[in-house]
Structures are given as C-alpha cells and as structure tokens.
Design a protein. Structure first.
Lengths: 176, 381
C-alpha cells in the first residue's frame, strides 16, 4: 500500500525525470554519468521527501548541480575525464549547414567550460531559470550568477572561435 | 553572431537539440520509482486500520500466547495466560536472523481485525505469526531480544475505516531499544512508538527509518543492501567499518549516506563505537564533544552540512547510542524554499533518560550562531 508521500514521489519521478536527465546530461557532458547523478539526486530527494517544504524540483536541481560540480566526486572519477556531449551528426531538415557547424562548436565549447560556468549556462539558458533561481541552485548571489554567466559566454566565444560583439560606443561599460 | 542575445539563442537551440532524444532508461525509472520514501509518520505510528492490537509471546519462532490491547507486556520469561490470545495471520515473514536467534521473547504484533479479540483462540504452534480474522494489513514484529518489561500496549479501536495507531508505552532505560529497533526494522507495516506518558504527543521512539524491501533485506548502506546476517557481521574496527558502509571508489564523504542508512540499525556496542568513529572522521563533519542534547544528556555531537541543511547527531559518549538527531535548515534554505518553522515549545522537563528525540525543519538565524539556536523537538504529526 503506497502512502501519499510515496505516490507523490512516484508522480514526481514520472513527471520530471526526463527533463532533469537532460539537465544532468548537459551539466556532466556525459549521458551515462547523467543517469548516475540523477539516481543519486533522486535518492537524496526521496530521503527528505516527507520533509521538503518547498519545490522538490528546485531541491533536486540543487543536488544535481552540487553533484556535478562537487570536487570530491569529480576527483574520485577518472583523472583525465573529458566531458563528452554527444553532438548530433545529422543536421535537422532545413537546418543550414553553418548553423549545424555552429551548434557543434558551441556544444564542444560548452563541454570545455568549467563545471560551474557550464552549470550557470545550462540552468539559465536551457532550464530557463531566473537568475535568482540559478543563484539558489548554485548557492551563490545573483551578482555572482551574472558575472559567471558573462565570463562563461565570453569563454564560450573564445572556445567556439566566434567573434566577440563589437562594443557599442554609445553604451557605457558596466563596472566590474 | 555578434550579440550575446544571438549567442544565447544559438546555445539554447544547440542544448535543446543535443538532448532532444534523452530519456531516462526504463531500468533507471524503475529504480527511481522504487526508492524508499521514509515517512516521518511511518517509523513511529502504525496505522492499524481496525479493531485490535495484540501482542504475542513467542519462543523459538513459535507463538506461545498473544495479548489483548491494553495488557502489560511481561518481562522475558514471565508467564502469560494463553487464554488472552488472539488468532491472527500474517503475510509478512520474520527475518532469517530474527527467526534463527529468537529466544523466548515478547513479540508485539499489530493487525487489522474486524472484531474484538476472541478469547481462547490460540495460534498454530508452527507459525511465527499470529493470525487475524481479516488479514488485510497484517504483520507481526519479531524481536531478537525482549521487548522492554512493563511496556503497555494501547490502541484505539475506532472502526475499520479509521486508522488507529499502536503505541507501546515503554519505560526505556536505553538497554532494550535494540529490541524495539529489531521490531520495526523487520517489517514494513509494523512499528513501535515509544512515548512519554506525560507527553504523549512527542515522538521519543528509537530512531527507525524502516521499510520493507521486496527482497527482505534489512538495511541499505550506500548502494549496497545489507541483510540481517551481514548487519551482524559488520566489522568493529573503524577502518573496516568505514569500508563496509562505503561503496568502493566513492569519495570519502560518500560514507555519509551509508552511515545515515544504518543509523537505526540495531548494532552492537563495538559496532556503534566504530560507527561513531567513522562519523566523526568524515570530511566536513564538525564534532563537538562534551556537549548535551536537548534534554541535557551528555553527548557528542556530529554535525554534517549537506545541501543547505545541517544534520546533527547526538551520540551517547559511553554507549555510543544515538540519542538525538535533527535537521537544521540554513537561512538560505529557508529563504529560497520557504521552510515553515514549527511553533511552540514542548516542555522538555517531562522527558526522562533513555528517550530518543527526533526533530526536523528548524531554522536558525545565521550559521555563525547555529549552536545557540533554540531547537526543540517537533510534536509528532
């Protein structure tokens, strides 16, 4: 006989495991490791399920990010581990070749970012979280999210060998 | 691609395309939906669902007698009138370890029945269980050692559709909680609530987060499942114990999970000593010796912070038993997830020694003064 808590948890698994796996995939750069992390994260959520008083997905995402960026866990893995985001070989129909190449470049560059920079970009621009929610997931300030995001985008441009935007002389630079 | 907006848009499309075909494997989903979800109620309160709660006296796995609601659980070896027994059936099976090692002991059983106990009905001598006239949510708990002498079994019979709860009022002195733990650890639908009669609304049961696994394993330690036999064989040397509760290849702080899962296990004194030593030496653990728990008992506190939650464990420095545990939520957690704070302050003067306290969901002002925060046991829900 399932308790209400168990039933709610199972419903949560069915509803959110797929999008969260995608997030985990992008965070880790590895589809298999994403499943591992997702399982660990769900286990933690399950243990606290009855006590969670907020959004369980927010908590799970936070755990997921912690696991993906945890130095201990990463240190325990292969030393020379390289994130392997699987890049689709076949372009989608009506997908211009240059867009496919750009996509390749961006994903490769994303996988080469540091874990925290990657996390900011994934949470902000894939999960479409607000800066405040990204800050909550990363346990940092909104300002830190903004600066990390800016640095991550600049680094992404470098790694993907994209042009940097031309500064608008009419627009003053924001202070660092 | 000159602007950040264009870059972000392209990145977003790339990430979406990259993961478009991602879906959790069927085996992963199956694993996830089977994850145990410990309920704060389940370990402590037993929904009986009907009219009777009995206790049974067994020896060597054979039911000698069972007792009606309201009777006093006798001391081990004390004779009990079989006239008080009730015939019940259970679908659950006792753990191999419990069945193999059971000495003449008192067994508390909760069961759903539609009628009041039938005086004179005697359980079959070849079964370890008692039987019920309506075996709906039946179960029997078995202990490898006696239930505390003098414990009183009480229950409220409010009809077949209204859950009732078994409450064992046990004057625990700390020596018999392993028996109670063994009870609850063996079965999924049976548990024990130990309450202070002067403060019945407060959970003071031994810490038991238990759930019946399909394969009848007793506990989990990290990814591994531990059977009753394996539990008894856990090493007593610190490093060996650490290795036993830690999955090979995991980093040191992965030990925490194994420890948490075993926290309610009926370990031996030497195992508990090793357990505490491992807990104290965990990376990130903050150990405070010579402190006291909520009711003033001498204790060693081990504090572990994970995911914006501080988990505190108070251990008896002599017996190494867990006296108290609780989760304290950081301000960041409260701010982000709007954790509710319990209200009111229980009168802790009614607590005696030997009680285990569990609480959760308490917040404090700042991490810096966490130790000065006022935390009080949460009334049982």
């Amino acid at each position: 006989v399932r308790t209400d808590d168990e039933a709610a948890f199972v419903a949560f698994v069915h509803a959110r495991s797929k999008p969260l796996l995608r997030t985990a995939h992008l965070l880790t750069g590895d589809r298999e490791r994403a499943e591992d992390l997702l399982q660990v994260a769900f286990e933690r959520v399950a243990r606290r399920w009855s006590r969670l008083d907020g959004d369980p997905e927010a908590y799970l995402r936070r755990v997921l990010v912690n696991l993906a960026t945890d130095r201990w866990r990463r240190a325990g893995r292969r030393v020379h581990e390289v994130p392997r985001i699987v890049i689709p070989d076949e372009p989608a129909r009506d997908d211009p070749i240059d867009q496919v190449e750009t996509r390749h470049d961006l994903l490769r560059a994303l996988s080469q970012l540091g874990a925290r920079q990657r996390a900011v970009l994934v949470l902000r621009y894939f999960d479409d979280l607000s800066e405040k929610d990204v800050a909550a997931a990363l346990d940092c300030s909104v300002g830190n999210v903004k600066s990390t995001s800016a640095r991550a985008l600049a680094r992404l441009r470098d790694l993907a060998e994209l042009d940097h935007p031309t500064p608008d002389p009419a627009r003053p630079r924001s202070p660092r | 691609m000159t602007s950040d907006d264009e870059l972000i848009s392209a990145l977003s499309r790339a990430m979406t395309a990259c993961t478009a075909d991602d879906a959790p494997s069927a085996s992963l989903v199956q694993t996830l939906v089977r994850l145990p979800v410990p309920s704060p109620r389940r370990p402590y309160l037993v929904p009986v669902g009907a009219a009777a709660v009995v206790t049974a006296l067994t020896a060597g796995g054979v039911v000698l007698a069972s007792l009606p609601v309201g009777s006093t659980v006798p001391a081990a070896g004390e004779s009990v009138s079989p006239a008080a027994s009730v015939a019940v059936t259970t679908s659950a099976q006792p753990s191999p370890q419990a069945a193999a090692s059971v000495a003449p002991s008192v067994v508390a059983a909760t069961t759903a029945v539609n009628a009041a106990p039938t005086p004179g009905a005697v359980a079959a001598p070849t079964t370890t269980a008692t039987t019920t006239t309506a075996p709906t949510t039946t179960a029997t708990t078995t202990s490898a050692s006696p239930t505390p002498a003098g414990a009183t079994v009480t229950a409220t019979a409010t009809g077949p559709t209204t859950p009732t709860y078994l409450t064992v009022v046990a004057p625990m002195d700390g020596s018999d909680d392993a028996a109670l733990l063994a009870h609850a650890a063996s079965w999924s639908v049976t548990s024990v609530t130990v309450t202070d009669t002067a403060h019945p609304g407060v959970k003071t049961a031994p810490h038991v987060d238990t759930y019946q696994h399909n394969d009848s394993k007793a506990f989990y330690a990290d990814q591994a499942e531990i059977s009753w036999d394996q539990l008894a064989q856990l090493p007593t040397a610190t490093e060996a114990f650490r290795a036993a509760v830690k999955e090979p290849g995991h980093p040191p702080n992965a030990v925490e999970k194994g420890l948490q899962e075993l926290i309610g296990a009926p370990l031996s004194l030497a195992q508990r000593k090793a357990y505490l030593a491992v807990a104290e030496s965990m990376p990130g653990a903050v150990v405070t010796s010579d402190t006291v728990d909520q009711i003033g008992r001498s204790a060693t506190r081990v504090r572990i912070e994970t995911d914006l939650i501080l988990d505190d464990y108070y251990f008896d420095p002599v017996s190494y038993r867990l006296l108290e545990s609780g989760s304290t939520w950081t301000p960041e957690w409260v701010a982000h997830y709007k954790a509710t704070q319990p209200t009111g302050t229980p009168d802790v003067s009614t607590f005696g020694t030997g009680y285990y306290i569990s609480y959760s969901n308490w917040s404090y002002a700042t991490p810096a003064n966490a130790s000065a925060a006022t935390t009080t046991p949460t009334p049982a829900s």
